[in-house]
Design a binder for this molecule. Structure first.
Ligand SMILES: N[C@@H](CCC(=O)N[C@@H](CS)C(=O)NCC(=O)O)C(=O)O
Length: 415
């Protein structure tokens, strides 16, 4: 294990773009299937319609239909939410804690690590970004799981004709849904179950797996990104990039104290609130925090000044999903990121850092939430992608270089 890297001496080396940014293309055949037409003989809607016609003549009286659907829908929703999105007595979502926390560096076998991630998940996205920025693709291979219809993470390989080449690697890094590259099992749950002590907890991504010892190293995203940032500098392609330098640790923690509860988890607290009161609290805290961050970013290139840190990575993975998903699906409706004076430019600045766009699969994010996240969107209809979130828009200039106070930290972008 190597030592903590010194401060980034010349960010230009790391952030210098020489090739055109290509987004990962996501065309899972399984996700694109047209649902069966209403006219198929085994369609339950058709069957129910026939039964109601038999009983009530023409059709079910609308009042009866509405009250039946309202009662059954609300009851099932409450049942599902109470099990899958636990809340406190006021109806506020309380995220369960991860089971496998901060691993000891000394106990790690860096030759035997494998990362399990998924493209829609903002927590897994953090790990993919830090892995890319540090140049650890060859040290920590990744298997990308896809959301399954029953809520579990499944492995299904998607043809990847548009894979993005990673310099220094002979094979393209496939940030597309894959099979399980370690054991070939069908689900992330099966991987967890392979550990010697067995496992019956939440099978979340991201998860760092010790291949040789068949053990979960860590399944808490922040602990994983800290580890990727400083734990493998002897083998990283960018060992000098330090996303958590000692002198900024205090500031990073301060920002994390705002970003995690009110923004990263805040959007979930809006979307999973089980009472009006819980939603009102969550949504007000979310937008107060976004206002505060936006105001700060008017005069500062990144959250902690001129240097990109882990706090920026954590903020980015929520921002990039905000207008695409949270604004609509989690009722984070007060404003969109695109309406803030600084946040959209800041998001574009981060998106354009070499390696970052390749981790952002916008289509997979939308599909993951609108089509798979519990049945929160029962019609499975995916809204149109807002123009402010298009890859082409995200590549537009942001002019944030001028906010950097030291010429050393200016990022040179050649696209
Ligand atoms: N605190 C965890 C949260 C991870 C998490 O909740 N991941 C979600 C996907 S976005 C998951 O895998 N959920 C599956 C489940 O809860 O069973 C972290 O930051 O790593």
């Amino acid at each position: 294990m190597s030592t903590i890297a010194p401060l980034l001496p010349s960010p230009t080396t790391h952030f210098h773009r020489t090739t055109t940014i290509k987004p990962p293309h996501f065309t899972p055949k399984t996700h694109r299937k047209t649902p069966p037409k209403m006219s198929t003989t085994n369609n339950p809607t058709r069957f129910l319609t026939s039964v109601t016609k038999l009983i009530f003549g023409k059709s079910l009286p609308p009042q009866l239909l509405i009250s039946t659907v309202r009662t059954s829908w609300s009851t099932l929703w409450l049942l599902m939410m109470s099990q899958l999105a636990p809340s406190d007595p006021s109806g506020s979502y309380t995220r369960p804690t991860s089971r496998f926390l901060k691993p000891k560096l000394t106990s790690l076998n860096s030759k035997s690590l494998h990362l399990y991630a998924a493209l829609p998940c903002p927590w897994a996205h953090r790990t993919l970004i830090v892995r890319a920025l540090k140049g650890l693709e060859h040290v920590v291979p990744v298997s990308i799981a896809s959301p399954g219809l029953d809520g579990s993470w499944v492995f299904k390989e998607i043809e990847n004709n548009n894979a993005v080449s990673i310099p220094g690697q002979d094979k393209p890094d496939s940030l597309m849904p894959t099979r399980d590259k370690v054991s070939g099992v069908g689900t992330v749950k099966e991987v967890y179950k392979m550990r010697k002590g067995g496992y019956d907890g939440r099978c979340t991504v991201p998860m760092l797996w010790d291949v040789a010892n068949k053990e979960v190293v860590c399944n808490e995203s922040y602990d994983i990104i800290e580890l990727l940032n400083s734990g493998f500098n002897d083998v990283a392609r960018c060992p000098d990039l330090d996303l958590c330098p000692v002198e900024l640790k205090g500031k990073i923690e301060e920002w994390n104290g705002v970003i995690y509860p009110h923004i990263n988890n805040g959007v979930y607290r809006c979307g999973f609130a089980q009472s009006q009161e819980a939603y009102d609290t969550a949504v007000n805290e979310l937008f107060s925090a976004l206002d505060k961050v936006d105001d700060h970013l008017k005069g500062s290139r990144y959250l902690c000044g001129d240097k990109l840190t882990l706090a920026d990575v954590c903020l980015f993975t929520t921002l990039i999903r905000f207008d695409l998903v949270y604004n609509v699906m989690f009722k984070c409706t007060k404003k969109k990121v695109v309406e803030y004076p600084s946040l959209h430019g800041y998001m574009r600045d981060l998106y354009q850092i070499p390696g970052v766009a390749e981790t952002c699969n916008l289509e997979a994010m939308m599909d993951g939430y609108y089509k798979f996240l519990f049945p929160l969107n029962p019609g499975n209809i995916r809204p149109i992608m807002p123009t402010g979130s298009h890859h082409e828009t995200l590549l537009q200039s942001h002019n944030r270089e001028s906010l950097s106070t030291s010429p050393q930290s200016v990022q040179v972008l050649v696209s």
